[in-house]
Ligand binder design. Structure first.
Ligand code: SF4
Length: 481
């Protein structure tokens, strides 16, 4: 017999919880190998079974709460409270495997998250709690993340998925509008047998194109530099700045529809050259976007940098340096090394731990990538090495390594990204910055209607009938957010 414990990373459950979660709780309570079902943390109002009140602000606190919840039971089954597609067949297999092998910890591997619980002995839980150092909240991998670094200390059993779905990056948790839509699209099929359901998840990528996870939004098409490995023809000669009022209107409408997500305003344009950069960044933060600002590091005045330091919210910076020594920098990006370095230092001091210095790996940089990585890391930045983009075959092949998978799959950018230009037009992806392929205009139309026009491309990718524009593209496997 086992105690089943419902939990979420912060101990609560969102107001918009699907009714299926209630049915799930009732189902779990009726399982014949379950002794007690309890809620850890703050339960929703409809919860009628046991509650173990607990607060935690990091993984150690959470593990202590689990230990407290275990009472006299020898084993616990941890059930994500917001996973309405949790499967009884998998849950039974987890429990049987755990008991049969007298395991410390048993989990389902290579499945989408949210289909199976984790089983753990209280003996192992004590050990994991003693070893845990992380100061962040538990994540959606549950105990597995805590166990990962100490895996040799424990007897771990794994239930392996018949289809390895890890690279699909699917989470059936009702924790954001994107995942809620995903769950609703697979809800009926979740009644199918496990094998059939997993095959369907592997096949149906169109249903996984729910809402954008990130939005690359051009505020201005002005740039400070054109790198040597790029080409001026991809940059517009007619400057367009998105009016601030239009920008705010777009942020509000699209943000409401997306339900939050990551906003990248440096899309084929230098944010520093946008006349209302600070006001626009502030508006985006107030609307709940997480910001990732890609910049050359040129064009920021000291007044603007000071104002940036006062912004409240989550901003990550990516400074496109390419080189960390002046001569190579000049060859790759032109003048401005000292200015870029000064900006990077200021940002590093203001946004500790959230400043990346980026280089593009290609034949022009290959001999310097390792040094770049070591140097910038020593100076307190996070190094970021990105692959060379030949713009779907329109630039020479400068790649020094080929990291593409052995079998092509549908494009991540198509599935998860929204890409808009400074005039409001939505392009298919970052490969068409001049609007060569566009699906509508966010200043004039409903964002959902514009987004929907990408479904045909997604279906074509799923069926391996790649549109002409995508055929020579090597960017499809780059997962952004
Ligand atoms: S495959 Fe390439 S061109 Fe096609 S949508 Fe993806 S990134 Fe764009």
């Amino acid at each position: 017999m086992v105690s089943c414990l419902f939990w979420t990373p912060d101990g609560s459950l969102g107001e918009g919880v699907l009714p299926q979660t209630r049915d799930l709780a009732r189902r779990v309570a009726s399982w014949d190998f379950v002794k007690k079902v309890a809620w850890l943390g703050r339960p929703p109002s409809w919860w009628q079974a046991d509650v173990i009140p607990a607060e935690w602000s990091d993984r150690r606190g959470w593990l202590q709460a689990l230990l407290q919840a275990s009472g006299n039971e020898e084993h616990l089954m941890l059930i994500p409270a917001d996973a309405p597609l949790l499967r009884e067949d998998l849950s039974r297999q987890i429990w049987q495997t755990h008991r049969q092998h007298k395991a410390d910890y048993t989990f389902a591997d290579c499945y989408p998250l949210g289909l199976a619980p984790e089983a753990v002995s209280t003996f192992a839980l004590q050990g994991i709690a003693a070893l845990e150092q992380a100061e962040e909240l538990p994540d959606r991998q549950g105990l597995f993340s805590c166990l990962l670094h100490h895996v040799n200390h424990f007897d771990v059993e794994t239930l392996l998925s018949p289809i390895d779905l890890r690279t699909w990056r699917i989470t059936f948790f009702d924790d954001c509008p994107r995942n809620r839509l995903l769950i609703s699209r697979f809800l009926e099929r979740a009644q199918w047998s496990l094998d059939r359901f997993l095959s369907e998840v592997a096949r149906d990528r169109v249903s996984q194109r729910t809402l954008p996870a990130y939005w690359k939004m051009q505020w201005t098409n002005a740039v400070a530099q054109v790198p040597a490995y790029s080409d001026p023809r991809f940059y517009s000669t007619t400057r367009v700045d998105l009016p601030l009022e239009d920008l705010r209107r777009m942020l509000e409408r699209v943000g409401r529809w997306m339900g939050g997500g990551v906003l990248l305003p440096g899309f084929w344009g230098e944010v520093a050259l946008y006349p209302h950069a600070v006001a626009a960044l502030r508006s985006a933060l107030e609307l709940g976007f997480e910001l990732v600002v890609e910049t050359s590091g040129l064009g920021w005045t000291s007044e603007v940098l000071n104002e940036l330091g006062r912004l409240k919210g989550k901003i990550t910076w990516i400074v496109e340096a390419d080189a960390w020594e002046p001569q190579l920098y000049r060859q790759l990006r032109g003048e401005g090394f000292e200015v870029m370095r000064q900006t990077a230092q200021t940002l590093r001091d203001m946004f500790a731990g959230r400043v990346y210095l980026q280089t593009t790996r290609c034949d022009l940089t290959e001999d310097h990538v390792e040094n770049f990585y070591i140097q910038v890391k020593e100076e307190g930045y996070k190094p970021l090495v990105v692959g060379y983009n030949d713009m779907a075959g329109r630039l020479p092949n400068r790649r020094t390594v080929d990291l593409s998978p052995w079998k092509r799959h549908p494009c991540w950018h198509l599935q998860r990204g929204l890409h808009s230009l400074a005039d409001g037009r939505v392009v298919s992806c970052h490969q068409y910055p001049q609007g060569e392929v566009y699906w509508g205009n966010l200043l004039e139309e409903d964002p959902a209607a514009v987004w929907e026009r990408g479904t045909g491309w997604m279906l074509a990718h799923q069926e391996e009938r790649y549109p002409e524009e995508c055929r020579s593209c090597h960017e499809y496997f780059q997962f952004v957010f």
